[in-house]
Ligand binder design. Structure first.
Ligand SMILES: N[C@@H](CCC(=O)N[C@@H](CS)C(=O)NCC(=O)O)C(=O)O
Length: 282
């Protein structure tokens, strides 16, 4: 079985001390700039006894984490303001350990003082909690909702597992993992094709939704990957449907706003290529 912790280990080694532990506030109005969505202070579905403070959202993340990117994208899509805390996974903060004692991982979303963990479950939580804020992440129809959940689960369990094996272990293991990734992506390609409706760019229709965000979060830096690593996980030749979906989301204002920092990610990948897992940037 391939190690599912490899990427985590890699990511845990790349943090620059000047950026970790820092917090910054992302206001709903800043996010709403992109979509012109209602702010939650004006939302009649929130009881008047609730104050903005009660609804406070704190989001613990890591700049290079695709799981974190999903949550960032979803919060922006919904126009939810939050305070962001960058974690150092080499030296996990007491608050991270307290908020996620089970997995000790990011992302963690803290809403009203209550922690919510696991990115796919966080996306569902965001969708249910801020139902009337912007577009829904999951479809209304139970069967369609099931299909989105199925492919998101397939992606995280099958594709991600295989992907993590590509960066570690002896050559033979890596080769097998690469082959597995190709097979899983080919299956996903068919799944995505079946979910896209004619005339729509995204699985969510006119706006990226749950599955779009999940797939984009992992594949969006595929060109940086190709430039630095010399190969690409996706591409128009091998999986045209996924590739054009990812490109369309990257072109969307929220895709641009949530994109990985290009230069820094490039340096990170280069460091993996040249030094294995070492990455120390100040
Ligand atoms: N299944 C989790 C995966 C989260 C995850 O693996 N996060 C990594 C960063 S990319 C992490 O925090 N790793 C810390 C560790 O493994 O100790 C989710 O979907 O949220």
């Amino acid at each position: 079985m391939l190690s599912t912790n490899v990427l985590n280990v890699l990511l845990s080694l790349l943090l620059s001390s000047d950026e970790t532990g820092s917090t910054k506030s992302i206001s709903p109005s800043a996010n709403l700039f992109y979509l012109n969505l209602p702010q939650f202070s004006t939302n009649p579905s929130i009881p008047s006894t609730k104050t903005m403070e009660d609804n406070k959202v704190i989001f613990h993340g890591l700049w290079a984490s695709p799981y974190v990117k999903r949550v960032e994208f979803a919060l922006k899509l919904k126009g939810v303001g939050y305070e962001y805390v960058e974690e150092d996974l080499r030296n996990k903060s007491p608050s991270l350990l307290q908020l996620n004692p089970i997995y000790k991982k990011v992302p963690v979303l803290v809403h009203d003082g209550k922690p919510v963990i696991e990115s796919l479950i966080i996306l569902e939580y965001i969708d249910e909690t801020w139902k009337d804020h912007g577009p829904r992440l999951l479809p209304e129809d139970p069967f369609e909702r099931y299909r989105v959940r199925f492919w998101a689960d397939f992606f995280d369990r099958e594709v991600m597992d295989a992907l993590m094996g590509m960066n570690s272990g002896p050559g033979e293991e890596r080769k097998a993992a690469t082959e597995q990734v190709r097979e899983k992506i080919a299956i996903l390609e068919e799944g995505v094709k079946s979910m896209l409706q004619a005339g729509h760019q995204f699985i969510g229709g006119d706006t990226p939704a749950f599955l779009d965000i999940v797939i984009w979060s992992i594949f969006s830096p595929y060109e940086i990957h190709r430039e630095v690593m010399g190969y690409s996980l996706i591409g128009a030749e091998t999986c045209p449907v996924i590739t054009s979906l990812v490109d369309a989301i990257s072109e969307h204002p929220l895709g641009k706003a949530s994109a990985f920092p290009r230069e820094k990610l490039g340096r990170f990948l280069l460091s993996i290529k040249q030094n294995g897992i070492k990455f120390d940037e100040n």
